[in-house]
Ligand binder design. Structure first.
Ligand SMILES: Cc1cc2nc3c(=O)[nH]c(=O)nc-3n(C[C@H](O)[C@H](O)[C@H](O)COP(=O)(O)OP(=O)(O)OC[C@H]3O[C@@H](n4cnc5c(N)ncnc54)[C@H](O)[C@@H]3O)c2cc1C
Length: 309
């Protein structure tokens, strides 16, 4: 299924010379012990190197020869990239934390519960056991669920390269499909999320054809309520354009309202208006854009109910 995801969405056929190519090209394997060594290896092999985390996006691309790295740099042995912690008012999640670990983490469940709800909608347990949050957000695949969430949460990505460390807002990270603000010699070390206020509302709504599928359309909503009205709101959209989208107009449409029907309809319309999905096996472009609006309305309604309860 994943192979067809890449083959179809990249417009590169899995068929070469009349047969399906499913064996990666030759590569040398490296397993650095720490981040500094990983960065040094990246610098040494330059564009011929590729980082590997859980491998659940990269290996299928290598099997299709959409990625042909001469050197694979495995991040699995780097302890400093694992786990989640609270630092002041920010939640910091190491890039090599798996989706499975995110689901089971008590701190995240209490402070950023939308992470668990979203992670539970990614693929299946087998994928989630090894697929990492870093690989999910660094990949630049608009079908991945975490990037839109990170935009809604106003997260920052911590990148480590030969020149040191820099931070890039998730909202400015995604440039086009598989193209991000990261430099080739940079490793995504961690994700920093300003902890949403206690009592905030949250929901991730994902329309998919079946368990394990990428989204036909999905929406993440984070909001706060004061005096029965929405005080702040942010909405991110998954898989309805070449990049994840921040639906700023949709969020603005509900701020100051008690989420009445006209406000919900305005938000849904604003989300549909910015969606530019491709037609694929999940539906026509028009249908998927419409579903971006429907998912937005559902996410808002659930987030609002949670904030008020
Ligand atoms: C059957 C199946 C169904 C799936 N369904 C979904 C789904 O519904 N939703 C969803 O979101 N995902 C889905 N996935 C993808 C899965 O979540 C991946 O595991 C994830 O997207 C990538 O994480 P990874 O750790 O496997 O990364 P990898 O595959 O190892 O890497 C992906 C890319 O990110 C780069 N990278 C990895 N880590 C870093 C880092 N720390 N710094 C810089 N670059 C890095 C790699 O070089 C590579 O280019 C599915 C996968 C499969 C196999």
């Amino acid at each position: 299924m994943l192979l067809s995801h890449y083959a179809r969405e990249s417009n590169v056929g899995a068929i070469r010379g009349g047969r399906t190519v499913l064996i990666p090209g030759a590569f040398a394997y490296h397993r650095p012990a720490d981040l500094a060594e990983a960065v040094a290896l990246l610098g040494r092999f330059d564009s011929d190197a590729r980082l590997i985390a859980g491998g659940h996006s990269l290996i299928p691309m290598m099997k299709l020869r959409l990625a042909l790295p001469g050197h694979l740099i495995d991040l699995a042995g780097i302890a400093e990239l694992k786990g989640a912690r609270l630092e002041g008012s920010e939640i910091v999640i190491g890039a090599m934390t798996t989706q499975h670990e995110i689901i089971g983490d008590d701190l995240l469940a209490q402070r950023v519960p939308i992470l668990r709800e979203t992670a539970e909608l990614i693929a299946d347990p087998q994928v989630r056991y090894v697929g990492t949050i870093g690989g999910n957000v660094a990949n630049g695949d608009p079908g991945n669920d975490m990037p839109a969430l990170m935009m809604a949460l106003s997260a920052t990505y911590v990148l480590r390269g030969a020149g040191g460390e820099r931070r890039v807002a998730a909202r400015g990270y995604y440039r086009s499909t598989y193209e991000t603000a990261a430099e080739p010699d940079e490793v995504l070390a961690a994700i920093r999320i300003p902890a949403p206020p206690r009592g905030h509302g949250w929901a991730y709504e994902k329309l998919k054809r079946k368990v394990g599928d990428y989204a036909t359309a999905a929406a993440a909503a984070i909001l706060t309520v004061s005096g029965g009205r929405i005080a702040t709101c942010a909405i991110g959209l998954t898989n309805v354009a070449g990049t994840p989208l921040l639906a700023a107009d949709a969020a603005a449409a509900v701020v100051g309202t008690a989420l009445d029907k006209p406000a919900l309809a305005r938000a849904a319309g604003a989300a549909t208006a910015i969606a530019q999905p491709a037609a694929d096996g999940r539906g026509s472009a028009e249908y998927r854009a419409k579903m971006a609006g429907v998912m937005t309305a559902r996410a808002l309604a659930r987030a609002f109910a949670r904030a008020r309860s």
